[in-house]
Design a binder for this molecule. Structure first.
Ligand code: MC0
Length: 150
């Protein structure tokens, strides 16, 4: 069951400058940053609010690490802006299977690794009224920490 918005993915040309915009304009700080080589992105997660299921909602700022990545191609075509939305679920495998049965293309056979050790998959934007949609299951809580402490 999808229980919250996990994040909104925003494509940008310059991650550091974009992070500074969100800090200076809204007072948001970076909660976590990493490079995901498989996805071809350098990313910063900005936590906006906690959620009742123990998760949280983020803005995910994405700078491509290579031009032929999904974000690199999208930026070249569209410029900066909202790239995808992501829904949080406790069971990405079950939700992806249910959604696939409804005829929506799920892009990965098995979920892959996303931000902060999460498991993620994507739904094709052409099957979702033009919105690239991601499903996310957060990593289990670290010993003695919250699910977001990675
Ligand atoms: C492409 N299209 C989109 C779109 N990307 N529409 C809405 N939103 C997007 N973000 C549209 C194009 O405009 C085009 O439509 C059609 O889809 C095919 O696009 P393409 O440029 O030819 O590109 P493809 O087909 O090679 O790839 C599109 C696809 C790809 C969605 C399959 O981007 C993909 O696999 N995305 C999932 C992975 C991803 O996005 N990773 C980056 C975030 P027309 O009408 O012109 O034919 S990584 C992330 O978010 C992780 C780190 C995390 O959350 O933890």
């Amino acid at each position: 069951m999808l229980t919250r918005i996990d994040h909104i993915g925003i494509a940008c040309h310059d991650l550091d400058r974009t992070v500074e915009f969100y800090r200076a304009t809204y007072g948001f700080e970076v909660h976590h940053s990493e490079i995901n080589e498989e996805q071809g992105v350098r990313e910063a997660m900005i936590k906006v609010n906690d959620a009742s299921d123990g998760g949280a909602t983020y803005l995910q700022l994405l700078e491509p690490t290579r031009e032929d990545s999904a974000v690199g191609k999208w930026l070249a075509k569209n410029g900066e802006g909202v790239h995808h939305i992501a829904f949080g679920t406790a069971d990405v495998d079950a939700d992806a299977a249910d959604i696939r049965e409804k005829g929506v293309r799920v892009l990965y056979d098995e979920p892959r690794t996303g931000s902060m050790g999460s498991r993620i998959t994507f739904l094709h934007p052409k099957d979702c009224h033009g919105v690239l949609t991601e499903l996310v299951t957060a990593a289990p809580p670290a010993e003695g920490g919250s699910p977001e402490d990675h």
